[in-house]
Design a protein around this ligand. Structure first.
Ligand code: HGA
Length: 607
């Protein structure tokens, strides 16, 4: 979250900074701002809310200057107001910051005691306050920055701009990612290389604890001990093109409809459709040589991991520990000597997932990342990685990233099962053929779009919605509830269908829609009984099953949709689409901001 950019340049900086911020808006849209150096002074424009608001201000009040910094904020400390928007300026120092300064209260008290006054409620403001304090004590910008950095605790990436030094930016990275871009007598910094793609393809990634002094002709990088270090310059292949919505109303709609294609692309990296064989990619461990697997992720990626737990355990006979990343890293779980760990993140920048991965690496166990964004931190730092080929996902609510994660995990489960000698050639062929059919079946589900929209009409009035399922459909129930919550703001919960009678059934009445995710698997009859229990209490059931399931149960359901008949193995990939469509249409009908729902950001880079 929070995107930062900076330029020590030779051209008007504000338009370039603004364009880079457009590419970082996925990190937050609470506010945005740009500051530049103009004639020995710091000039600034800031706006509450979406980046477009800053665009309007810049149109009315353009910003001169060739060196500057920019920010798009996801607030952690202090309300999302203009006063709390970055860049923060104190004296002749401006800062943009991604992360949290954990000791800001102590530093604030200390600075107030020596006469400083604070304007904002943010943790960030202590940074320019400290730097300007040290500048007043006659330290150079480099010395003042270095001294201030040594006082900061927490995880952050930041950039400092100085009124009297249009030839200088000082940047630092501790916990949050930061990329340096190298131009022709110009230097750039950004939270990711994608932000810098229109300006340069020569990228240096700062490592943990690094800080750097940027001038027009290059960057001098220092490690945490203050020793000068060289960081490799990469040629990035990331495209400078900006992804559009095409003919779709929202990115989310476009991304839902891209699923048949991107699931197909992802599957083709593992599965040979001519002989129905699965080929594993290079892995940092031997799947036959591990005793357990930890799967660690957050949010929707966690639910992909939950489906994978069923697959790895049932098909590959590999015990799986599944954890939410923010819990895992502080839980201190004992790991087997030959336990490996798999981390799933669309952005590859999720702070908790990265911290968990680093923790496991420190313990000496092998780590595998499943990641969508090329060149992300997870891809660079894990012992190995597998890319999902979803392409850029712009809608904050994850859709195609989720189903391509599932496609990847399904192939890994089959590949692991083969490697562990527990999957015969016939079963491999049957299951990989079922996977090959997923793109076509997904396209059939998307053709039923109007039916989902009709059901969504009645969900808009609901205060609470429950989703239930068993086995892998339980994970889809959880994902369905999360999708509805995040974009329609309707309270929703997913439950294991068998768990309903242990408490949540008390919520059922004729006002509570219950979405029953019931693919034709060995647990269908059990789920059918749970559906009857809901109906017996007046619950309003929406049934998602195949034609046979719908024929058996539709007389009890308020609404039902018959999905294509598929092997139960691939059902979770396909049953993800109906819950996405229900959430999408409900949100559109309610008139919420589907692509940028309130309080959220696409990439969660703070703990
Ligand atoms: N703590 C700072 C920056 C927040 C951030 O990086 N969010 O991802 C603030 O609240 O402004």
């Amino acid at each position: 979250m929070c995107g930062i950019v900076g330029i020590v340049g030779r051209h008007a900086a504000a338009p370039l900074l603004f364009e880079a911020l457009r590419r970082l808006e996925y990190r937050g849209y609470d506010s945005s701002g740009i500051a530049t150096v103009v004639d020995g002074k710091l000039e600034r424009r800031r706006a509450e809310g979406k980046l477009a608001n800053l665009g309007d201000i810049l149109e009315r009040l353009p910003l001169a200057g060739e060196t500057g910094i920019g920010h798009t904020r996801w607030a952690t400390h202090g309300a999302p107001t203009e006063i709390n928007a970055h860049p923060h300026i104190v004296g002749g120092v401006a800062v943009v910051h991604n992360g949290i300064i954990e000791n800001f209260q102590e530093l604030r008290r200390e600075l107030i005691a020596v006469g400083h006054t604070f304007e904002t409620q943010t943790d960030t403001e202590v940074i320019p306050q400290l730097v300007s304090h040290y500048l007043k004590a006659d330290l150079s910008p480099e010395e003042a920055a270095r001294k201030a950095l040594s006082r900061l605790e927490g995880a952050f990436a930041l950039a400092l701009l100085f009124a009297e030094r249009p030839d200088l930016l000082i940047v630092a990275r501790k916990g949050s990612p930061l990329a340096i871009g190298i131009g022709d007598d110009e230097m750039f910094i950004g939270s990711d290389a994608l932000a810098l793609a229109p300006m340069t393809d020569r990228i240096q990634y700062l490592e943990e604890g690094d800080w750097a002094v940027l001038r027009h002709d290059g960057a001098q990088v220092f490690d945490a001990e203050g020793e000068p270090v060289e960081r490799t310059v990469h040629r990035t292949a990331l495209s400078g093109a900006f992804t559009g919505k095409g003919n779709h109303r929202h990115f989310m709609e476009k991304e839902i409809h891209e699923q048949p294609a991107v699931i197909g692309d992802t599957l083709r990296t593992f599965a040979n459709p001519t002989n129905h064989r699965i080929v594993l990619p290079d892995l940092p461990f031997d799947p036959a040589g591990i005793s357990r697997l930890s799967i660690v992720a957050c949010g929707t990626a966690f639910y992909a991991g939950m489906v994978a737990k069923y697959w790895f355990e049932q098909i590959a006979r590999l015990p799986v520990d599944l954890d939410i990343a923010s819990e895992f890293r502080y839980r201190q779980p004992p790991l087997d000597a030959n336990q490996a760990a798999l981390f799933i993140s669309q952005s590859g920048e999720t702070a908790d997932t990265l911290a968990a991965m680093r923790h496991v690496r420190k313990l000496g166990r092998r780590t595998l990342g499943i990641v969508n964004m090329a060149e992300s931190t997870l891809q660079r730092e894990a012992d190995g990685h597998v890319r999902t080929l979803a392409g850029p996902e712009i809608g904050v609510a994850s859709t195609k990233a989720f189903t391509t994660q599932l496609a990847t995990l399904a192939c890994l489960a089959l590949g692991f099962a083969k490697a562990r000698g527990v999957l015969g050639a016939d079963d491999e062929a049957r299951l990989s053929q079922a996977l090959d059919e997923v793109p076509a079946r997904a396209a059939e589900i998307l053709q039923q779009d109007a039916a989902f929209e009709r059901i969504a009409q009645s969900l808009t009035a609901a205060r609470d919605v429950l989703y239930i399922g068993r086995g892998t459909a339980y994970a889809i129930a959880l994902e369905g509830a999360l999708k509805l919550k995040e974009i329609s703001y309707i309270h929703a919960e997913g439950y294991a269908a068998g768990e309903l009678k242990h408490g949540p059934i008390a919520l059922i009445d004729d006002q509570v829609p219950v979405i029953v995710v019931a693919p034709p698997d060995p647990l269908f009859d059990k789920t059918a009984s749970n559906l009857q229990e809901v109906v017996a209490r007046g619950g309003k059931v929406v049934l998602l099953s195949d034609l046979e399931g719908v024929e058996r149960l539709s007389s009890y359901a308020w609404a039902s949709i018959a999905l294509p008949q598929v092997d139960p193995f691939v059902a979770p990939i396909l049953y993800a689409l109906p819950v996405q469509l229900l959430a999408y249409h409900t949100a559109v009908l309610k008139g919420t901001d589907v692509d940028q729902p309130r309080n959220l950001a696409k990439s969660v880079t703070v703990e």
